[in-house]
Design a protein around this ligand. Structure first.
Ligand code: ATP
Length: 371
């Protein structure tokens, strides 16, 4: 069993310039045995510190950490039965791949035949059997990455920790390695905790995702839940690319009012919100709509409940499979992801359609989503 539990875990650093920095603030979560969990958030949000506390490389200021039912608060890293793969791979340049893979086991005085077996198995799993005699400098980025993972596999740990392992690879290789890591998780059947700032990586790899911001866990959920029911504006804006559009609005007598200078646009509150905000009158709120829920009006015939909006298009970006269009409306710049067949061009007026059933509403003061 390699369940990981954080109970009210806080980590404070004393920084010379900034004074007290709360890197992780009262974190509570349970990562189940054999689960693949991704920690995601912008730079400085506390994800690496969280990972390092699991590894025992950083001691928490407050709270309890359990690995496999065992309280590990004071347990040194070597006794935690975990293996960590770092961003820079940390391979020994003067050693061959075989030596890099076997180094840890040799230190532990594991018998030679057993080392050979384990290295062979790891090399087979990762498809690097042909490379065992090479030195790291003779390998591509992707191959080096596999060796770094292999070094963790040979130790047969209960938990794998990955800290941005793909960030040094080019875009194409990153996609390929992502698929390989997902397959690897199936083969190894171990718990994996994976840190990234890339929400696409998080969404494609994680069975569950922990979203952090400013040291605070915002939401713990499956990729689907994060996308469809974000708890607040931070998560809503962080998950999905391009980001969700946020538009200030007013809620009045079962209507949502969007304001554009002197003119107002008004539409009925979608059914799903009617119960929750029936009694709200004259309240300022924020409406969220994802770029994929704004259509070129010409292609919106299948959208049941829509709001037509006339816009002046600033820019059109053609991505091949779709077009991104940008326009200023309702006091903000809005992005729409429309059909690639769309004839909308930059520098001209166009009609778009908002899919009203897909909007989100947030409390303007707290940013909390309303469902
Ligand atoms: P990144 O993606 O940039 O690596 P992160 O989400 O992993 O960011 P952390 O590295 O966990 O963030 O850092 C969280 C906060 O704690 C930051 O404000 C960082 O500056 C601070 N911090 C981390 N380590 C130390 C340290 N040793 N001393 C002082 N402050 C630290």
């Amino acid at each position: 069993m390699a369940k990981i539990v954080f109970e009210h875990v806080t980590k404070e650093f004393i920084d010379e310039k900034r004074g007290k920095v709360i890197a992780v603030n009262d974190a509570n979560f349970t990562i189940e045995d054999k689960e693949f969990v991704v920690l995601v958030g912008p730079s400085g949000c506390g994800k690496t510190t969280t990972l390092r506390m699991i590894a025992g490389l950083e001691r928490q200021t407050k709270g309890n950490i359990y690995i496999g039912e065992k309280l590990v608060n004071y347990l040194p890293p070597k006794d935690r039965d975990i293996a960590m793969v770092f961003q820079d791979y940390a391979l020994y340049p003067h050693m061959t791949v075989y030596e890099n893979l076997s180094f840890g086991l040799r230190n532990l005085k594991v018998p030679r035949t057993e080392i050979e077996q384990k290295v062979k198995r790891a090399a087979e799993i990762l498809g690097i059997s042909e490379l065992l005699d090479r030195k790291p400098r003779e390998l591509s980025g992707g191959q080096r990455q596999r060796v770094a993972v292999g070094r963790a596999i040979v130790r047969n740990p209960k938990v794998f920790l990955f800290d941005e392992p793909l960030s040094n690879l080019d875009a194409k290789l990153r996609v390929q390695m992502r698929v390989e890591l997902a397959e690897l998780h199936k083969k190894l059947e171990t718990t994996i905790v994976y840190v990234t700032h890339d929400q696409v990586e998080a969404m494609t790899l994680g069975q569950r995702i922990i979203v952090m911001n400013h040291g605070i866990i915002q939401q713990i959920a499956t990729p689907d839940e994060l996308y469809n029911r974000p708890v607040n504006m931070f998560v809503a804006g962080f998950i999905g690319a391009p980001s969700m559009n946020f538009i200030n609005c007013k809620v009045e007598r079962n209507k949502i009012i969007l304001s554009d200078g002197n003119s107002n646009t008004m539409f009925d509150i979608p059914q799903k919100f009617k119960k929750v905000i029936a009694n709200i009158n004259g309240k300022e709120m924020v409406m969220g709509i994802r770029p994929e829920d704004i259509y070129d009006a010409v292609f919106s015939q299948n959208i049941e409940n829509k709001l037509y909006v006339d816009v002046y298009v600033k820019v059109v970006e053609k991505l091949g499979s779709e077009n991104l269009i940008y326009f200023d409306k309702y006091g903000t710049t809005i992005t729409a992801r429309v059909n690639s067949q769309s004839r909308i061009v930059s520098g001209e007026y166009a009609k778009v359609a908002f899919n009203i059933d897909k909007i989100y509403l947030f409390d303007k003061e707290t940013g909390i989503a309303i469902y």
